[in-house]
Design a protein around this ligand. Structure first.
Ligand SMILES: Nc1nc2c(c(=O)[nH]1)N[C@H]1C(S)=C(S)[C@@H](COP(=O)(O)O)O[C@H]1N2
Ligand SMILES: [Mo]
Length: 436
């Protein structure tokens, strides 16, 4: 076993041969001493060891990771999320805490790039400006917005563009999210398209630019911590909303209260919090988070860790297909003799619907099709469920694989390497131990 202070992923990155030697005993077929060594490492016999690809890091070891136990969030109104960063505050929801059909406010992940603005004394007086390439620039407070435009309530997935980043090899820059930078809450607000229609986009209008009230970490006034935008067509989608409520409550301050955008299916960074201005532009927006390698993926694959060719980078729009297992926690211990295990979770695929979810307990040698529900509205995640057979006691990994409506499935390992690690959507793997 590697020393606890050195994570197995780190060891694989720095010295893959030694890592293999530590985990597998030697390269080659998993048998004899190597198998016994790995079984000891994961704490049990591995019934499907013969089907385990050589070089695969057992999930139990991979996610045991580094030295320190994860730091848990302690904040009124929030559950014990895993803190990835304090300043700005970035917190991930462990996958098994995402089992609810609709993600409650307390369990929703947090991704700030700057500070949190002071809560307004009178939320209804909070103003939003719409200007730029429009015939009638608007400045409306939230009271006026609610009065003037029809209300809409939708369940919408909000996923950070970097969700799954921890799977990139070599490591990609940024917060090392597992799969928990996702939530699907029920938001209430007005359609952005109704507000934009009232302003009257000019023929020159092609892109939005989003501005919010969160202070930059440098303390410099006027500097934006992030300002992204989307193509006008996405802004005009009827599921893109200006949200004032989350799960029936006034939008919590940490999630952008009193008002934010929700631009579902695209990187969460487009869903601007503490919204104060929508600037309509006659070209692609170039604010912080729009340029260089930010929120960009490759057109053609690049050499992992290699030199970036700017011309090969393109803005990430629809998020890729992903599924998570939410009914059983990673590292769960099940009673000896457990032979059937109900498994369920959620799946989503950016702009697309999910067409199929499959589950494997034998390292992908065989797959079982899960029951998959239709989304309650477009851009809501989809519930899947099934039951798996565990032929004996021992160590298992449950793998989930979703396929989107275009036929594209999640890969075994993260591909499409890009410098900031977007779109990493490898299978979610959960280790369980049926205690002998
Ligand atoms: N004003 C503002 N809006 C923002 C951000 C931010 O830092 N400032 N972070 C963005 C990013 S990167 C994500 S993933 C989502 C996260 O929303 P949440 O904190 O409600 O989960 O908010 C987006 N909106
Ligand atoms: Mo994000």
């Amino acid at each position: 076993m590697p020393k606890a202070e050195r994570g197995i992923n780190e060891l694989y990155r720095d010295d893959p041969e030694r890592a293999d030697a530590v985990v597998f005993g030697r390269r080659g077929l998993l048998k004899g001493v190597s198998l016994a060594a790995m079984g000891a490492a994961v704490g049990a016999a591995i019934p499907f060891a013969a089907r385990m690809p050589t070089g695969l890091i057992p999930a139990a070891l991979a996610q045991a990771g580094g030295a320190a136990a994860p730091k848990m969030l302690s904040m009124p109104g929030k559950a014990g999320l895993v803190v990835l960063q304090d300043r700005p505050l970035v917190c991930e929801t462990p996958e098994h805490m995402l089992d609810d059909e609709v993600t409650p406010n307390d369990k929703f992940f947090i991704r700030n790039n700057g500070g949190v603005p002071d809560a307004p004394a009178d939320p209804k007086a909070w103003k939003i400006k719409v200007d730029g390439e429009v015939n009638t620039p608007l400045e409306l407070n939230l009271g006026e917005i609610e009065q003037r435009f029809p209300a809409v309530t939708l369940k919408l997935q909000l996923e950070c563009g970097g969700n799954g980043r921890a799977g990139f090899q070599p490591e990609a820059r940024g917060n090392q999210w597992s799969n928990g930078a996702i939530g699907c809450a029920e938001y209430t607000g007005v359609r952005l398209k109704d507000v934009l229609a009232a302003a009257g986009p000019k023929p020159s209008a092609v892109y939005t630019a989003h501005v919010g009230a969160d202070p930059h970490l440098s303390g410099q006034a006027g500097q934006l911590s992030i300002s992204r935008g989307v193509r006008l067509a996405k802004a005009m989608d009827e599921h893109t909303i200006i949200a004032l409520r989350m799960n029936g409550q006034p939008l919590p301050a940490i999630h952008g209260g009193p008002v934010r955008l929700v631009v579902p299916g695209w990187p969460g960074s487009a869903s601007h919090k503490w919204l104060t201005r929508i600037w309509i532009r006659d070209k692609e927006h170039d604010g912080p988070g729009m340029t260089g390698t930010s929120y960009r993926v490759t057109r053609k694959p690049m050499i992992p860790g290699g030199k970036v060719d700017d011309a090969n980078m393109t803005i990430l729009e629809s998020m890729p297909v992903r599924s998570i297992i939410t009914s059983v926690a990673h590292g769960a211990e099940l009673a000896a003799g457990t032979r059937k295990l109900p498994v369920r979770g959620h799946a989503w695929a950016g702009e697309l619907a999910v067409s199929q979810v499959e589950v494997s307990v034998d390292y992908g040698a065989t797959w079982k099709k899960a029951d998959l529900r239709a989304p309650s509205n477009k851009f809501a995640w989809q519930r899947w469920s099934t039951e798996v057979d565990l032929p004996s006691d021992g160590y298992y990994e449950i793998w989930a694989k979703a396929t989107d409506a275009s036929g594209r499935a999640q890969p075994h390992v993260v591909g499409n390497w890009n410098p900031q690690g977007y779109g990493g959507n490898a299978f979610h793997r959960v280790a369980v131990l049926v205690k002998a």
